[in-house]
Structure formats: structure tokens, C-alpha cells
Design a protein around this ligand. Structure first.
Ligand code: FAD
Length: 314
């Protein structure tokens, strides 16, 4: 099912939904553990999951392999991230073919970060320059088979802080055929809501899926926010800093802060939350519990895994 259809359904029914992002682990054991966790977390009720694209040979292969496994064997509606970094057209087409054959119908089309050893991003010879070129390529080759998402940056991106210019470039991606936007993580919800209004004023009306990063430990919270140049509101720091060495307290306070932020987003008419799980269940589960979104008698899980259903186990 296309993500835009899921979003239309959430809007029509007034039932908000959520999704989970995972990334390819470094070891074979890590991959197996993640499959088990993905299956367990499916019982939380996500509408879909997505797998990030690891630039470079082996990890790129692993993204494809995990998409096939999740979509085909685990029966999870899966969105594949795909970047143009280090990717000529042939490699892009190979990844798209694998996703298509697996029955995957959603791609998040990205330019990608520069490889670690390079400071600045450079186009690969015979490859694509911007995410918009990748969007256009996928549309031309696969018409409407794939729903295509693109990245949005409420607080600017690494190589561009100019909000107006970024909005221009976002509009170009939409004009090339993108049908949903997933945002970079943020904690400054007022700024996010202001940005959403600017996106709409720009004539962009496709669904916006806000990227939510739950808080697992104080150190990881600060590290990720700094890495993404993401503003931390003063009251968040004031609440978390005094308990920074107590992981349990950080998670308890963190879940309240993040859930409050989610409620403000939902109240603004955005019906879907996209969780950056970092391949872990606990912090995301705590936010869902705080929102009263975990399956329960009054919110029954409606999505048995298809392969379990076919065996009468769903
Ligand atoms: P683009 O939209 O192409 O923008 C890149 C830069 O080029 C920007 O500065 C933009 O302003 C500029 N630009 C765009 N169009 C033009 C134009 N016509 N003329 C001049 N300048 C232009 N990275 C990964 O490696 N793997 C992942 O799986 C991954 N997942 C992500 C998921 C999300 C939700 C987000 C927000 C980011 C993700 N990233 C991922 C990181 C992303 O690849 C980087 O942020 C990258 O630097 C920019 O990608 P983009 O798709 O936004 O690029």
C-alpha cells in the first residue's frame, strides 16, 4: 500500500498512525536480532517500517536484503531509503528492481551524505546530483508503482541553512513527483509547526511525516541533537540535565516531553508520527504508552502479520 493512501486514511478516519525507522546493523547477528525485534515491534501497530540506505557496497546490499526480508518474509509494509551518493544509475536501478520484485511500493529518495572520508558531497560520475533527479528517474521508470518520499528540514540541513532556498528545493522535489515528506528529527515543536505552515504556503500539500527521536539516555539525546544541529528547548534541558546520570529518570521525563510534543503536532492536524527507533524498542514504546497508543482492549491491534494470519496464528 502506498504511504500517501495510509495518510489519506488516517486523515479521513481521524485515527492517527505511526511508523518505525530501522537501520542495517553491522554484524550478521545484529541483523538477525533486528528481524526478531522488528517482528515484536510490529505488535505495537506501526502502519509501515522503513530501512535506511547505508552508502557504499556491503551496507547498500544489506538495505536491499533487509527490505526483501521485511516485505516478503515478515510481511511488513516496508519503505526503502535510496540515496544517490556513490551510486551510478546502474546501481540505483538494481536496488529499485530488487525492491519492485519484493513487492515494496514505497521509496524515500535522498541525495545522501558525503562518504565519511570526504568533507563535501560530490556527484558520482554518471550518477545523480540532487534528490530531485532521483525522484524524476524513479517516476519515469516506474510511473506510479512507487510512492516516493523526500526529506524535509525544519531546522536546515548540513550544507544549507537557508530556509527559503531549502523550501524551493523541496518544491522542486515535489514537482518531480514526490508524494510525501519525512522530516529530520527536531525537538523545537513551535519551530516545526511554523515550518509546516511555510511549506503549505509554498503550495506544497503532500503529507508531512514528522521524524520523532525518542530519548533513551541523556548522552545519546545530546549527541544526536548536536549531530543534526537540532535545537533543544531550554525547558527540555532544564528538566533532563539534573537527572542526566540516571537513565531510568531520563527516559521517564523524556517520554513525557516527547509525548507532549507529539500531541501538539497531532493538534496541528498532522495525523502520523514517524519514529526513529535506532533499532531499539524501549524508548519508542514508552512514548506510545504515554500517548495511550499501545494495543489494548480499547485500541486493539488490527494488523496481524500476513504470514501468521495465513497459518491461523495472527
Ligand atoms: P537534496 O534535496 O538533493 O538536497 C541536498 C542539497 O542540495 C541541499 O543543500 C539542497 O538545498 C541542495 N539542492 C537541492 N536541489 C538543488 C538545486 N536544484 N540547485 C542547487 N542546490 C540544490 N542519508 C543516508 O545516507 N541514508 C539514509 O537512509 C538517509 N535517510 C534520511 C531520512 C530522512 C528523513 C532525512 C531527513 C535525511 C536522511 N539522510 C539519509 C540524510 C540525507 O541524505 C542528507 O541530509 C543529505 O545531505 C541531503 O539529502 P536530500 O535528499 O535532502 O538532498
Amino acid at each position: 500500500m502506498h504511504i500517501r493512501e495510509m495518510m489519506a486514511e488516517a486523515e479521513k478516519t481521524g485515527n492517527p498512525s505511526f511508523s518505525f525507522e530501522y537501520f542495517p546493523p553491522k554484524t550478521a547477528q545484529g541483523v538477525q536480532n533486528l528481524y526478531d525485534r522488528m517482528e515484536r515491534m510490529h505488535h505495537f501497530g506501526p502502519k509501515f517500517i522503513d530501512i535506511t540506505w547505508g552508502a557504499g557496497g556491503r551496507i547498500a546490499e544489506l538495505t536491499c536484503e533487509m527490505v526483501v526480508q521485511a516485505q516478503t518474509y515478515l510481511g511488513l509494509e516496508t519503505c526503502m531509503h535510496l540515496t544517490c551518493t556513490d551510486m551510478g544509475e546502474e546501481k540505483v536501478d538494481d536496488a529499485l528492481r530488487k525492491a519492485y520484485k519484493a513487492g515494496c511500493t514505497n521509496i524515500l529518495a535522498l541525495r545522501g551524505d558525503p562518504p565519511r572520508e570526504h568533507e563535501k558531497w560530490e556527484a558520482t560520475e554518471g550518477g545523480f546530483r540532487y534528490a530531485r533527479d532521483l525522484v524524476s528517474h524513479i517516476r519515469t521508470k516506474y510511473h506510479d508503482h512507487f510512492d516516493i518520499g523526500v526529506a524535509g528540514y525544519p531546522e536546515g540541513c548540513d550544507d544549507n541553512k537557508d530556509e527559503e532556498l531549502l523550501l524551493e528545493h523541496l518544491k522542486e522535489k515535489v514537482d518531480m513527483g514526490a508524494t510525501f515528506i519525512v522530516t529530520q528529527m527536531f525537538y523545537d515543536v513551535e519551530n516545526f509547526l511554523r515550518w509546516v505552515d511555510k511549506v503549505r504556503a509554498k503550495g506544497i500539500h503532500i503529507p508531512i511525516l514528522p521524524g520523532i527521536m525518542p530519548i533513551a539516555t541523556y548522552a545519546s539525546f545530546i549527541r544526536r541533537a548536536n549531530h543534526m544541529n537540532c535545537k533543544i528547548p531550554d525547558d527540555w534541558l532544564a528538566a533532563l540535565e539534573p537527572v542526566k546520570n540516571d537513565d531510568v529518570a531520563v527516559r521517564e521525563i523524556g517520554k513525557t516531553l516527547v509525548a507532549d510534543m507529539c500531541r501538539k503536532i497531532l493538534a496541528h492536524g498532522i495525523p502520523h508520527l514517524h519514529f526513529y527507533t535506532m533499532n531499539l524498542a524501549q524508548a519508542t514504546r514508552m512514548v506510545l504508552e504515554e500517548l495511550d497508543w499501545m494495543p489494548s482492549a480499547h485500541r486493539p491491534l488490527k494488523q496481524p502479520l500476513p504470514w501468521k494470519q495465513s497459518l491461523g496464528l495472527g
